[in-house]
Ligand binder design. Structure first.
Ligand code: PLP
Ligand code: SF4
Length: 367
């Protein structure tokens, strides 16, 4: 048995077992897990330093999960599912669910309704999804998702990728996986040897806190990057985890050092059982404002809301446009200073740039 398989084998799913390692109220955890199961493997458990810390909050059931309200499927993913394992919302790309299991059940998960459900994604559902993609010539980008696709055995991952690569209109493959964070041991040389056969293949992972960037996770990302796989990160903004601007800055800076580009920062979805982890949009803006201009632009993710009801992802940011008309735009830079950019007339003939509005530097082109 490989190390990652052993870690899965030793995963804790019972409150009384968890109580041997953590200071929890067994009855509370039991009550929550009847509705929303938990799963914590020894590796991720080992990252917890104290009760209620940012790692704990992502992994350990909280009584608040069964007190609040919210929606089971806030993004109407099932409404946009032409066949059970596929969500086709955008013109040229689809989400393809190939697994319901994960190396850990994150307490904030948007697919809480599905993840950990006893029924696995069966081979027939995968075949139907593949068939749908084959028949839809407009699909040029497939996001292989779940659950966690990398929890499947190597041969199944290879099978799915082989089938998708054989479809001429599919240009790009992406794998969405939290394994580099919650079970980095899953990234083995054998897995990398499989993945690198299917380029262009991207991997989007999901670090939420700088403490998740351990030597193991660093090694996993290095192996993937050395296999030519561009790595991106999609974080969720979570109360008590990464809603502090300094924590987020540290996270995105550290991600670049392990060759992971921060891609998206999600406003937490309105999912049932996750309210206690949601922040306000204002807090999100404070986090983004602390990044833009203050650190490498490459480290700054797009802050997005996945519109409830199935509107898709919408990027939001504190508005840098102070004034705008046919002739000019007045914009504010990261320090709060104002700059004007003007066009002389409707032909967009530009006037020379220079100090405006009493400012002493060139117009900012940062936005
Ligand atoms: C996020 C998402 C995608 C991918 O969107 P990008 O902007 O291309 O990253 C595709 N389909 C669905 C349903 C999604 O939620
Ligand atoms: S790894 Fe992803 S899909 Fe699985 S529980 Fe966590 S957030 Fe949900």
């Amino acid at each position: 048995m490989e190390e990652w398989q052993r870690l899965i084998h030793e995963t804790i799913t019972k409150p009384e077992v968890l109580a041997r390692y953590l200071d929890i109220d067994v009855e509370e955890v039991r009550a929550v897990s009847e509705k929303f199961p938990f799963r914590i493997n020894p590796y991720y458990l080992g990252l917890i330093e104290e009760k209620g810390d940012p790692i704990w909050r992502q992994a350990v059931p909280d009584l608040k999960e069964i007190e609040g309200n919210g929606f089971e499927d806030p993004l109407a993913e099932e409404h946009h599912s032409p066949v059970p394992g596929v969500t086709h919302r955008y013109p040229d790309r689809v989400l393809f669910y190939v697994s319901h299991s994960c190396a850990m059940y994150c307490r904030f998960c948007t697919r809480k309704r599905k993840v950990g459900s006893p029924e696995s994604v069966d081979d027939q559902a995968i075949e139907k999804g593949l068939q749908y993609i084959r028949e839809h010539l407009e699909v040029r980008d497939v996001i292989i998702s779940g659950g966690d696709p990398l929890l499947l055995p190597d041969r199944k991952i290879e099978y799915i990728l082989t089938q998708l690569r054989a479809i001429p209109h599919v240009e790009i493959l992406r794998i969405g996986s939290r394994a580099p964070v919650t079970l980095p041991q899953r990234i083995t040389p054998q897995l990398c040897a499989i993945l690198k056969k299917f380029h262009p293949l991207f991997l989007l992972t999901h670090f939420n806190h700088p403490r998740e960037i351990t030597p193991e996770a660093t090694k996993a990302c290095a192996m993937l990057a050395d296999s030519g796989i561009p790595l991106g990160n999609q974080s969720v903004l979570l109360k008590g985890v990464n809603d502090d601007p300094q924590v987020m800055k540290k996270l995105v800076q550290k991600l670049l050092t392990i060759r992971v580009k921060p891609y998206l920062l999600y406003q937490a979805d309105m999912v049932q059982g996750t309210e206690h982890l949601r922040t306000t949009i204002k807090e999100g803006f404070e986090v983004i404002k602390a990044l833009r201009g203050f650190t490498s632009g490459l480290a700054v993710p797009h802050y997005v809301i996945d519109a409830p009801g199935g509107g898709g992802k919408i990027a939001i940011m504190p508005n840098p446009v102070v004034y705008f008309d046919d002739q000019k735009i007045v914009v504010q830079n990261y320090e709060g200073k104002l700059f004007t950019y003007e066009t002389r007339n409707a032909n967009h003939e530009q006037i020379p740039t220079g100090p405006r509005l009493g400012e002493n530097s060139l117009p900012s082109r940062d936005f």
